[in-house]
Design a protein around this ligand. Structure first.
Ligand code: CA
Length: 234
């Protein structure tokens, strides 16, 4: 049974998540403070952690830093009401495995935990799941280790940026990304391409895949058509 530690000071969220995860067959231990999270992480040795950003006695990110510095690779999914991208990026750079912004749907949180759970299972089996993890959606397969991309079984040749963009879309189906967000996440802060570069790359991806898969949300940006992607290991 996968053991999840949730560190969250908002009682209603903590209880709702605990209840739903138990229904899903997870074992759950919960903490409402930084100090308690620190203690339970050491004593309970959870398989996965759901970590709130802002705790009454400290920042979730500081807990994560401590764990990573001590060599723990336990997958951590951040819960945060803060939507600033820099925070998300920081969280991921410091070793968070995923993040979800409040308010969120339980279904989405569970789907993300399942992804981490499969990653753990793959790691346990092969010793290195990162080489065999893949994302699949609407006939598109992204091999995360080799960076190979297939569309209905046919291998495509993508540039590095096209791959990064596709990776971002497939990781967040249905989520709308503005051009600025795409620039930040795909190109990074150190480069300043023009926003129409994003349009060009979307156009190229549509040509290589299909026009239907990346939707234009008028006045906002782009999104991948919604579905339930599978992250599988082979
Ligand atoms: Ca909080």
């Amino acid at each position: 049974m996968t053991k999840v530690l949730i560190v969250e000071d908002e009682t209603n969220i903590r209880e709702m998540v605990t209840e739903r995860l138990e229904e899903e067959g997870f074992a759950v231990v919960s903490a409402s403070t930084f100090a308690m999270g620190q203690r339970l992480f050491a004593s309970e040795q959870p398989d996965l952690v759901i970590l709130d950003w802002r705790l009454p006695d400290g920042q979730g990110i500081e807990l994560l830093k401590q764990w990573r510095q001590s060599g723990a690779t336990t997958p951590v999914v951040f819960l945060s009401a803060r939507v600033e991208l820099i925070d998300k990026v920081l969280g991921l750079e410091l070793g968070a495995n995923d993040y979800i912004t409040k308010p969120f749907e339980m279904r989405e949180l569970i789907a993300r935990l399942r992804v981490q759970e499969r990653w753990l299972a793959g790691q346990f089996q092969s010793g290195d799941a990162s080489n065999s993890a893949r994302l699949e959606s609407h006939g598109v397969t992204l091999e995360l280790g080799s960076h190979d991309v297939f569309y209905h079984g046919e291998q495509l040749s993508l540039t590095r940026k096209e791959f990064s963009m596709l990776h971002l879309f497939l990781s967040h189906p249905g989520q709308v990304f503005t051009r600025d967000e795409l620039l930040d996440q795909v190109w990074g802060y150190d480069q300043y391409p023009e926003t129409r570069t994003v349009d060009t790359h979307v156009m190229q991806l549509r040509q290589k895949l299909s026009n239907d898969l990346i939707e234009t949300v008028r006045g906002v940006g782009y999104r991948w058509v919604k579905n339930n992607p599978n992250l599988t290991n082979n």
